[in-house]
Design a protein around this ligand. Structure first.
Ligand SMILES: [Fe+2]
Length: 194
């Protein structure tokens, strides 16, 4: 562990992604049909964290209204680490929404760390209770680690919404349409695009 709460949090996330991606318990389940891709994403993420550096840049905004939901989340090692790193995170409202950060927020970590040099995009998604992060798609494949909140996820090329609890991996192929609908609990997830 370092003495940097943000890097500590990211390394905990990476360890959990590796653990889940290589878990025999999930190897035969439908949600882990993309185990090769999940394994590749896990190793790309772990590799990037070995020598990721801070950019020489100030982040203008680090507080948006929905981040108050962090205090409502059930405590776990990752939620605790996220709370510890909270004030270092570059929270911002989403360009895909017009809610001003009252319903959802992103923490795009490529704004702070040189993940671009490692060919990855890393960040956090926070969705308030009973709110939704809208349907979208993008060319890079994507992996989510759910950290807190059971929510309905559309992912992986399917059209239906599937209930996903914390501590799971969700995979989107390039250009899969995906969205997240939070229930009674706010949702925190880490995303990785590569
Ligand atoms: Fe996405």
């Amino acid at each position: 562990m370092t003495t940097d709460p943000l890097l500590d949090f990211l390394r905990l996330c990476s360890d959990q992604v590796c653990l889940l991606a290589n878990s025999a318990e999930f190897a035969n389940s439908a949600e882990f049909a993309n185990s090769a891709e999940l394994g590749a994403g896990a190793s790309v993420f772990a590799g990037s964290l070995r020598d990721v550096c801070y950019l020489d840049r100030q982040v203008a905004e680090n507080e948006v209204p929905v981040t108050s939901e962090l205090a409502r989340m059930n405590l776990s090692p990752l939620v605790s680490a996220a709370r510890w790193a909270h004030m270092l995170l570059p929270w911002t409202s989403s360009h895909r929404m017009t809610d001003g950060g009252t319903q959802a927020a992103l923490a795009p970590l490529n704004d702070l760390l040189d993940f671009d040099n490692h060919g990855v995009t890393v960040g956090l998604l926070l969705v308030g209770a009973n709110c939704e992060y809208p349907l979208h798609q993008h060319a890079p494949q994507e992996l989510y680690l759910t950290i807190s909140g059971t929510a309905l996820w559309r992912y992986g090329g399917a059209e239906d919404l599937v209930s996903v609890p914390p501590n799971r991996l969700v995979y989107n192929h390039p250009n899969d349409l995906h969205r997240v609908v939070a229930g009674a609990d706010p949702v925190l997830a880490l995303y990785l695009l590569w």
